[in-house]
Design a protein around this ligand. Structure first.
Ligand code: ZN
Length: 138
């Protein structure tokens, strides 16, 4: 059985470290404390390949059904940015305007004014769906 640190597991599984922790918390991934570590770091017990397939299917489904607009920070300050795809190949999301973020937070209930102008312009240029129906307060 292979055990990897959270950092290595996130690379291997192509998900963020935050997601790895989240999956450990909700039981999707198994983990144990490293007995050789002073700080009690976690080791992820690597799942078999079917886990990754299941996760990829989940992401693909997510991709097709949800908005592409996301907050780039947990406290939902600044702008919501456009993510072209949830990108299993990227550990960290990269928004259309080029900004990177550690993770993404749902933009449910955001207003048109919250949208990053650069992202909006590029999405419009490229003919990407803007999910106008999700904007409140128009
Ligand atoms: Zn942006």
């Amino acid at each position: 059985m292979e055990k990897l640190t959270i950092q290595d597991a996130s690379r291997r599984l192509n998900i963020s470290q935050r997601d790895v922790r989240e999956y450990i918390r909700n039981g999707e991934l198994k983990a144990e404390r490293d007995p050789d570590s002073e700080h009690g770091r976690w080791l992820v017990i690597m799942p078999d390949d079917t886990w990754q397939d299941k996760f990829k299917t989940y992401l693909d489904e997510l991709d097709a059904t949800i908005t592409r607009w996301w907050w780039a920070s947990q406290n939902k300050s600044g702008s919501v940015h456009y993510l072209e795809s949830t990108g299993i190949e990227n550990v960290e999301p990269e928004y259309l305007c080029g900004q990177r973020a550690e993770n993404l937070w749902s933009s449910v209930g955001h207003t048109a004014n919250d949208r990053c102008l650069e992202c909006l312009m590029r999405a419009t240029e490229q003919g990407l769906p803007l999910f106008e129906e999700e904007v409140s307060g128009i």
